[in-house]
Design a protein around this ligand. Structure first.
Ligand SMILES: [Zn+2]
Length: 324
């Protein structure tokens, strides 16, 4: 993605509209801001903005008049989109391009989307639109088809753990390995969320972070309980299952959370049987090892029906139609 954008910038082949899609915290908005500096740096357009010229500094400080960040989910954003059609006609005041970064683009109202579409159909030469969204499928096809699309990936657990470990070392935070894993799972692919949690937990624990502190600060995500429940299920011990569910409920774990965690634990067993390396690529090392060892003791044919039952239960819990 970086390579493609870089060669577009260097070759002067930048499109009018881009769509960056991907999960929360996968870097969409950060990338959009860097892209804006690439285009508007006084020494640009360049793939390596200097970050020191007046234009870069204004963009970094968020004071650049020619770079507008619009949150499509906010009331102000709705007004800004409405006025965009007229405003976009005026050339940039000081910079090379007038850049609109539209965050949460899937939240555009129907009216907003229509107004925006008119602009996208005949974009002025000086305008560049960068849409960021977690749910591209909710955008009208008429808008999608006019954007160059880039999909941002969620960041794998081991990568996230490694990054947090570096930051913890630099910031003198004493953090347990199990706490890093606990944060990484909670952040669900979003590095920004992970770093915020690490920072909060460090403040809470006075520079020390362990897994118990994470649980008490952010609530349980049910992983421990789900692993116990998984083993109860594999042993076909209904009494133990009920006791575990009861205990999880007493600990304040939402049934839906427990169900999701259990589904994840079962899926990991299946993946571990088929391709342990794949599991290791997106799990904390000790979890991958545990699931891989456990998977040796069971048959895929045991896990598949369980996954089906759990998936149906999850669908029902969301109020959808399961196959009954
Ligand atoms: Zn610059």
């Amino acid at each position: 993605m970086v390579r493609t954008l870089r060669s577009a910038i260097e070759g002067g082949k930048v499109a009018h509209a881009y769509l960056f899609s991907g999960p929360r915290g996968s870097g969409k908005t950060s990338a959009a801001k860097i892209f804006a500096r690439c285009m508007n740096c006084e020494r640009g357009p360049t793939a390596e903005p200097d970050n020191t010229c007046a234009a870069c500094v204004a963009m970094l400080e968020g004071t650049a008049l020619d770079v507008l960040e619009i949150d499509a989910a906010s009331n102000r954003g709705i007004d800004e989109i409405r006025s965009l059609r007229d405003a976009v006609k005026f050339p940039p005041s000081v910079m090379r391009k007038k850049i609109y970064i539209i965050d949460e683009a899937h939240m555009l109202t129907k009216e907003g989307a229509n107004a925006f579409l008119k602009t996208l159909e005949e974009p002025p030469e000086h305008a560049l639109f960068i849409l960021a969204t977690t749910e591209p499928e909710r955008l009208p096809i008429t808008i999608l088809s006019r954007c160059q699309r880039y999909a941002f990936r969620r960041i794998a657990i081991p990568v996230m753990i490694e990054r947090m470990r570096e930051i913890a070392a630099a910031e003198n935070i004493a953090v347990e390995e199990s706490a890093l894993a606990a944060i990484a799972y909670r952040a669900d692919g979003g590095l920004r969320d992970a770093l915020t949690m690490l920072e909060q937990a460090a403040a809470y624990g006075d520079g020390r972070v362990d897994a118990a502190a994470i649980e008490s600060a952010f609530g349980s995500n049910g992983r421990e309980m789900a692993l116990r429940l998984r083993d109860d299920v594999l042993r076909r011990d209904a009494g133990a299952m009920l006791r575990t569910i009861e205990e999880a409920s007493d600990a304040g774990i939402e049934p839906a959370t427990l169900l999701r965690a259990l589904l994840g634990a079962m899926r990991n067993l299946l993946v571990a049987r088929i391709d342990p390396d794949l599991l290791a690529r997106d799990s904390a090392p000790e979890d991958a090892a545990e699931a891989t060892a456990r998977a040796q003791e069971i048959e895929s044919t045991t896990v598949l029906p369980l996954l089906r039952v759990l998936t149906d239960a999850a669908t029902l819990a969301r109020g959808g139609d399961a196959r009954l």
